[in-house]
Design a protein around this ligand. Structure first.
Ligand SMILES: [Zn+2]
Ligand SMILES: [Zn+2]
Length: 159
């Protein structure tokens, strides 16, 4: 549980939100979360007092029990909305460190390699210099991890 305002938003910045507090943080292994996040699991945290401060997500009713919100411009997964509450995606918080997961849900759908991910080797040493040079030349278009007065954000221009 965490009290106090927390902000976040999608990758492109068209949708921004503020929540009054965070509840239980989880990772969900269910197949619907894998699909909705395009990932190995769904990282979600219960949100209290959610307000949209810029734009609003599009929604997809992934079942008769829930809707999933995402940015209609860039596709970032944002919410899991159910009858008794709303969860927000942990990666969309401006500071995901505020929501360390405390529980794993729906283990029956857990991918077989999930338990080995932490032991994977890093990039081979010979490749690192090239990767560093590439990253140094990248001009990011991702919205920064804080609220902005104007949009689009002026400092990040496409090439
Ligand atoms: Zn977006
Ligand atoms: Zn799930």
């Amino acid at each position: 549980m965490r009290e106090g305002a927390v902000t976040g938003g999608c990758q492109c910045g068209a949708v921004r939100f503020r929540v009054g507090g965070l509840g239980r943080a989880s990772i969900c292994h269910c197949r619907m979360c894998q699909k909705a996040f395009g990932s190995f699991f769904g990282p979600l945290v219960t949100a209290r007092g959610l307000e949209w401060t810029r734009g609003e997500p599009k929604r997809f009713a992934s079942s008769n029990a829930a809707r999933r919100g995402f940015c209609g411009d860039c596709g970032t997964p944002l919410t899991y909305e159910y009858e008794s509450g709303i969860d927000i995606s942990i990666g969309s918080l401006d500071d995901p460190e505020l929501a360390p997961p405390t529980v794993q849900l729906n283990p029956n759908d857990e991918l077989s390699f999930f338990g080995h991910l932490h032991a994977l080797p890093g990039r081979p040493e010979g490749e690192q210099a090239g990767a560093d040079a590439f990253l140094a030349a990248v001009v990011g278009c991702q919205h920064p991890d804080h609220d902005t007065q104007t949009w689009p954000f002026k400092e990040s221009k496409r090439k």
